[in-house]
Ligand binder design. Sequence first.
Ligand code: HAM
Length: 419
Amino acid sequence: MYQAPRGTQDILPADQPYWRTILQTVERLAQTYGYARIDTPIFEDTSLFERGVGGGTDIVDKEMYSFEDKGGTPITLRPEFTAGVMRAYIEHGMRTWPQPVKLYSTGPIFRYERPQAGRFRQHHQFNVEAIGAQDPALDLEIMSVAWQLYTELGFGGLSFQLNSTGCPQCRPAYLHALKAYYQPHESAVCDDCRRRLQRNPLRVLDCKKESCQAIIAGSPHIIDYLCAECAEHFSRLRHYLDLLGRPYELNHRLVRGLDYYTKTVFEVWASGIGAQNALCGGGRYDGLVEELGGPPTPGVGFASGLERIVLLMKAQDIEPESLGPAPFLLAYQGAEAKDSAVRLVNELRAGGMGAILTFGDRSMKAQLRQANRSGVRFVLIIGPDELAEAQITVRDMAGGAQQRIARADFFAWAKERVL
Ligand code: HAM
């Protein structure tokens, strides 16, 4: 028996209303905030992610779906959107467009992770990027997209986590202080943290191992090491957040799992969605475009996992909008009645009315049972009597009332009720 590959899932019809609700909401919000859609390829050159996301991150070192294609080119299924969107920004000369260029995407993302609640090997993201301006008001705008998305979906109990990770000017001094602080503790921390101290020291702050927690708690805070520019940027962002009355928590341990971040980083946390509870994450990446071969260009963005939004909607009993079943089901008896039903269902559909035809020439009883289960509003019955009198029997499933309507008048009758 085949099963969907580990860490992937089928999105069955019953779950589609959640996805439709989320996707409609993000499309509308993107429009409200002035973000245009961009679709980039699902695979890119492997080196794009190695340079963009960074060697030494879990994503690049352990989680990429990488392979050589039949022409021998190293290819990777995208483990995130940002690097691909920056590649497109450079490739299409978007620096000549009015700045910032504001783009959003939705689609599948691939990471070879250990599957667990809320963590998959194929997940989907709503991703938003604003490229070409270093204004802290733009960081606020990006955070506001997340804020409004979750507010409109009706979520409660969320927590905005905020930190600054500095820039190449000020971060070295912080890393120096962090390493110096860890030196006397090196034998006490986990193996992973010992490795991180060598390759990617910021990541020790994100360690989940119990044995490392007390040591992390005493570590120096990066915001005490920010250069004047980063400190001013952070303080303006906090000013704007206060201006809009947005609650957030300063989280000195928030460092994110991708290397490109500079200055602002943020996540939104929620309980009930598993996997460390991050509903979304993002921040500023002022060096990324240059790192990928473009001109120095600041940027800021975030991405939200759509599966986690679905999980949270279910955990918080938020009902998605449903399109509902078609209003009509046609039941018929005999070949001639079936001809009439085939014509009528075609006429209704062409007129924009949802109609279901039963198949397999089953008994009237079986067809009515199907009607009951399908949730249609009206069953249209065509049998020998109806044919003889050029009528249709209409049964209203709500109360069970039946009436005969002349075939010639039926289309107008139907339009009045369901359009
Ligand atoms: P990220 O934090 O790696 O950031 O992922 C963003 C969101 O995707 C997470 O907060 C989570 O909701 C969801 N997510 C990540 N991995 C999984 C998984 N294995 N299963 C289910 N959901 C998952 C980025 O990807 C950055 N590119 C975001 C960004 C855009 N930063 C700036 N611009």
